[in-house]
Design a binder for this molecule. Structure first.
Ligand SMILES: Cc1cc2nc3c(=O)[nH]c(=O)nc-3n(C[C@H](O)[C@H](O)[C@H](O)COP(=O)(O)OP(=O)(O)OC[C@H]3O[C@@H](n4cnc5c(N)ncnc54)[C@H](O)[C@@H]3O)c2cc1C
Length: 515
């Protein structure tokens, strides 16, 4: 098999040694690209600088969660990702040589997107770059941020093949990854935990008939004492993670003969495969204390990091972009006060905490740090096949879902009785409405009033879903019910029979025009 050939993107000069740009995104990874696309769709000019001239290669994100796919759909990039990727909904957990249980991450029907699509990060980034280009984002490859002066207007120093360039910006959006230069230049530290266990991550090319499911083993016969994970990706590439322990030597463990012998033990002596990428990782669960610092915002891995168990890294970064894009656009258009932007930290901070909590718990369960924890884990695994309570204790990674902004200052608390599902702060649920999907009709450019036979509200685009029994059921709706949906498709407020004043008040709160 030919190795993946990354594209080389063309360097373009800014044309002067000092320029001004309203919004500068630092880092064209999945998060920076998603944010630039979102801003362009909202009519905002955006410059995106990246130190490199290609997509990220090697073993990185593969699992894109339903919520990311819905956001990608809003951004106009879901189709190439879903078409090329591998759709899956089922996970299986094995202990030693037996199947403990299986789970379906999307037991409901009537959703446009599956629980997950697996696609290599480089393919996703390629799709995002094409979309950003098509929308006229100014993507500046080979532009490396080296300096940031925040004493007055934010001023970035950028190294380019033509020498140093200075960019004066109104807003700096740091999407420059786990080793964020913006973070370093501002002297900001991550707080959290670093895990010492090393993991071998191998992407192998092979023809295999295994079902498209997530398989996770604790202490399997082919890798005693460790854990293992198997996932299918596009192009007949399979991701295999093997826990190596704390004392593993990363240089030795990367050697092809060593990797091949570990994989032979797992895949059997007759399986033909080729190594595509091999890396040895340790993982961190940590975050910046605040994601907004004046005119600088941190998103994605620059703001927080988690272990890959749960696929929460890239997926939560996409939700960061989804959260900030509409707010910044409204502020730049003068349609909302600047302090609307504080809600980015108020909403995405707790989301990061939740991701870190889940990720830390999974990593603790997978790599127990004491003999007592290991015994507890093995007992839970032994009982989980027959007992539901033990199954709930088994944690091979709680997989990424949409964050619920429970205590958001932008939400209007319920005054009417509703089921907990889709409470204010939740991401709206999909359903079929006639021949269409509901989600693409919600949010986007503006707030939307999702009506169930209720009155139209002047000036707010609206969708009537009374005719869809699935939507009525999911939204706990009766005739007269209405939901106010934000541009990022999260619920701002809901009522059984709202007045125009109630809708207007909720809209004012959701745009920080009243508190
Ligand atoms: C083994 C592994 C498996 C993973 N699996 C998953 C998964 O299945 N699902 C998931 O959601 N996540 C997964 N992740 C996490 C995911 O890869 C990251 O969360 C994601 O890449 C973060 O995206 P980002 O855009 O924030 O940062 P990055 O992807 O790191 O992008 C940062 C960008 O900034 C640029 N940059 C850096 N410094 C500068 C500078 N000084 N000037 C200009 N540009 C700069 C870089 O070139 C890069 O393009 C996995 C990670 C690993 C390691």
């Amino acid at each position: 098999m030919g190795r993946y050939q990354p594209p080389i993107y063309v360097y373009r000069s800014l044309g002067a040694s000092r320029v001004g740009r309203r919004v500068v995104v630092v880092g064209a990874g999945p998060v920076g690209l998603a944010l630039a696309i979102d801003l362009r769709l909202r009519g905002i000019d955006v410059a995106l600088i990246d130190e490199d001239d290609t997509v990220s290669t090697g073993s990185r994100a593969i699992c894109w969660a339903k919520r990311s796919l819905e956001i990608f759909d809003r951004l106009g990039v879901a189709r190439p990702i879903v078409e090329r990727g591998i759709t899956w909904n089922t996970g299986k957990v094995f202990h030693r040589d037996r199947l403990v249980y299986g789970f379906n991450l999307l037991p409901e029907t009537d959703h446009a997107f599956p629980a997950f699509v697996n696609l290599q990060q480089y393919h996703v980034e390629e799709a995002l770059v094409a979309r950003a280009d098509a929308l006229g984002a100014e993507v500046l490859w080979n532009h490396r941020l080296t300096g940031l002066d925040l004493r007055g207007q934010p001023t970035l120093t950028v190294d380019t093949p033509d020498g140093e360039v200075t960019i004066e910006a109104d807003w700096v959006l740091a999407c420059d990854g786990a080793k964020s230069q913006v973070r370093r230049l501002m002297g900001l530290d991550f707080r959290g935990q670093v895990f010492e266990d090393r993991f071998l991550i191998a992407d192998v090319h092979m023809q295999a008939e295994f079902p498209t499911e997530r398989w996770f083993w604790f202490d399997p016969p082919f890798h005693p004492g460790g854990s293992a994970l198997l996932h299918r990706q596009a192009d007949d590439i399979w991701r295999i993670d093997l826990q190596l322990g704390r004392d593993a030597d990363p240089v030795e463990e990367r050697k092809p003969e060593r990797v091949v012998s570990r994989l032979r033990a797992m895949l059997g002596p007759d399986r033909r495969f080729e190594l595509a990428w091999v890396s040895v990782y340790t993982f961190q669960c940590r975050r910046l204390e605040r994601f907004r610092h004046g005119r600088v915002f941190f998103l994605g891995d620059a703001a927080h990091q988690v272990s890959p168990f749960g696929a929460r890294g890239g997926n939560s970064g996409i939700q960061d972009a989804d959260n900030l894009g509409w707010k910044l656009a409204l502020v730049l258009k003068g349609a909302a006060p600047e302090h609307l932007l504080d809600s980015y930290d108020a909403e995405r901070g707790p989301a990061a905490d939740e991701n870190i909590l889940h990720s830390t718990r999974s990593t603790d369960f997978i790599t127990p740090r004491s003999e007592a924890s290991r015994r507890f884990r093995d007992a839970a695994l032994s009982l989980a096949g027959d007992h539901g309570f033990a199954r709930a204790l088994v944690n091979s990674g709680r997989l990424s879902v949409a964050s619920v902004y429970r205590n958001s200052p932008l939400s209007t608390p319920d005054v009417d009785a509703f089921p907990e599902r889709l409470c204010p702060g939740s991401a709206a649920a999909d359903a079929r409405v006639g021949d269409e999907w509901l989600l693409p009709r919600l949010g986007g450019d503006d707030f939307t009033l999702l009506r169930f036979g209720s009155e139209d509200s002047e000036g707010i685009p609206s969708v009537d879903a009374l005719g869809s029994s699935v939507a009525r059921d999911r939204y706990g709706a009766e005739s007269g019910t209405a939901y106010l949906i934000r541009p990022d498709q999260h619920v701002a407020a809901r009522w059984r029979r709202p007045t125009r004043e109630q809708v207007a008040d909720a809209l004012a709160r959701a745009t920080a025009r009243v508190s």
